[in-house]
Design a protein around this ligand. Structure first.
Ligand code: DHB
Ligand code: FE
Length: 284
């Protein structure tokens, strides 16, 4: 894939992601963390850094290069991209230890709230000439006892056929390939969209430079993002991937799980269809 003039830059997507993150945060999160907790977590973090420095015998030249790079991450507004790609999967791993319902995965930096509300059978908002293989994504939301969850919401967003997300790439219409689908009385839904392309971490910013310097590839496998929610149930933030998809075994964000891989089947004239059912556990 080549990047064109109108492609989003790392700085552009980073700034939008920073803005979206700030808007999503309740006030006072940092203040409500106890000194004991801050001390324990920061101590463990610093111990890990010191340990890496001693094990790898990091030099002053390398330390100064790291400082310079960290300054650039901040100046480039890339903290949300960097943290979601390298760190969030471990936080999700911890969260999932108490989760009984469907498997979760990382939220990533490109969620936007308040998207178009759609009925149980719907087509995601897309351009009239939207490229990509048409995909029917259908299934049912049930509770832990196997009962349908009537009126569950599927907040769905994904990249286009070039790997770009609306709201973070200036050439895409607002709300493109995003929507909030309400399942029917049987918890069922059937959504028409297109199959997304793999996503590439923007290579023109500090995160991209690090990947290149380390000889790591910048790709995530193609994926659908979802938050599935219903009153009195614990919401699930997850992602679904495509069997046989490129980068599935080497996701730069480390966010794939075997349970989250769809196996779409041919469905009419060049279309694909995939089914996936969700299980929501009760809140608390
Ligand atoms: C990033 C992008 C994604 O689309 C995603 O799902 C996770 C992380 C990122 O650029 O950090
Ligand atoms: Fe993504």
């Amino acid at each position: 894939m080549t990047r064109t003039e109108q492609s989003p830059t790392a700085a552009g997507s980073g700034a939008s992601a920073t803005q979206a993150f700030r808007a999503s945060q309740p006030q006072g999160t940092a203040e409500s963390t106890s000194p004991e907790r801050v001390s324990a977590v920061v101590k463990a973090l610093l111990d890990g850094v010191h340990e890496a420095i001693r094990t790898e015998q990091v030099t002053y030249t390398e330390f100064q290069a790291a400082k310079q790079w960290l300054i650039e991450v901040g100046e480039g507004g890339e903290w949300p991209l960097l943290l979601d790609v390298f760190v969030e999967h471990a936080v999700e791993d911890v969260a999932s230890r108490t989760q009984r319902g469907s498997k979760g995965s990382i939220l990533g930096p490109y969620y936007l709230p308040d998207q178009a509300k759609l009925p149980a059978e719907a087509t995601l908002p897309m351009r009239p000439d939207e490229k990509g293989t048409p995909l029917v994504f259908a299934g049912q939301v049930r509770d832990a006892a196997g009962r349908p969850v009537s009126g569950a919401e599927l907040d769905l967003w994904h990249a286009d056929d070039e790997g770009y997300y609306s709201g973070f790439a200036p050439h895409l219409p607002e709300g493109n390939l995003r929507g909030v689908v309400t399942a029917d009385e049987q918890g069922r839904f059937e959504v028409i969209t297109i199959q997304p392309a793999p996503y590439q971490i923007p290579t023109d910013g500090p995160t991209g430079k690090l990947l290149e310097a380390a000889g790591w590839h910048p790709w995530r496998p193609a994926h659908l993002h979802l938050i599935v929610r219903a009153p009195e149930h614990r919401p699930i933030t997850t992602q679904l991937y495509f069997e046989g998809g490129q980068w599935l075994d080497s996701d730069v964000a480390g966010a794939t799980k075997p349970e989250l891989v769809l196996n779409p089947q041919p469905h009419g004239d060049g279309w694909l269809r995939s089914e996936y059912d969700f299980v929501l556990e009760p809140e608390n």
